[in-house]
Design a protein around this ligand. Structure first.
Ligand code: SF4
Ligand code: SF4
Length: 153
């Protein structure tokens, strides 16, 4: 088995995808259905899990970049399947060779820290009412913490 296939297989096993019984509970609580007008089963946790089970190329699937990694679907899953761990692991593999346009980088340390569709949603919500918050969101959580500590030293 090639190295990347082995990693994908490990991520799928770690997330427990083969235990999924397709009950849809994760979809019912997933915030993406409220966030994106193009939300569909292909983007939903259940959809990604199903594609992973049947062996589709989920690492190259653009739908893995919409997830907020909130863990809500994981919390309600009766089978202990983790949509968050699956998507997080697939993203890490996708970012192996290069940082794709799907991840936003911190303007200070340049680490990728949030998926671009999630960032677009947050910015659209905040742009009219909270410009200071928008500036802070240009930084990854580590750089945000450092800046906060500098200001409050
Ligand atoms: S809640 Fe769990 S078992 Fe139900 S569809 Fe989602 S991953 Fe599968
Ligand atoms: S971790 Fe991702 S897929 Fe799972 S409920 Fe949250 S947004 Fe949806």
């Amino acid at each position: 088995m090639k190295a990347q296939e082995k990693r994908i297989s490990d991520v799928k096993r770690f997330a427990g995808v083969y235990r999924c019984v397709e009950c849809g509970k994760c979809v019912a609580v997933c915030p993406m259905s409220d966030m994106y007008v193009n939300f569909s089963i292909a983007m939903s946790p259940r959809g990604i899990i199903k594609k992973a089970i049947v062996g589709e190329n989920v690492v190259g699937d653009e739908n893995i970049w919409y997830c907020t990694e909130c863990n809500a679907g994981t919390d309600v899953c009766p089978q202990g399947v983790s949509c968050r761990d699956l998507i997080h692991g697939l993203r890490e593999i996708a970012m192996d060779d290069m940082i794709p346009a799907n991840m936003k980088q911190c303007i200070v340390c340049h680490k990728p820290f949030v998926a671009v569709p999630v960032e677009h949603f947050v910015f659209a919500r905040l742009s009219a009412e909270a410009p200071n918050v928008i500036r802070v969101l240009e930084l990854c959580p580590s750089c945000r913490r450092e800046r906060y500590m500098e200001r409050n030293a």
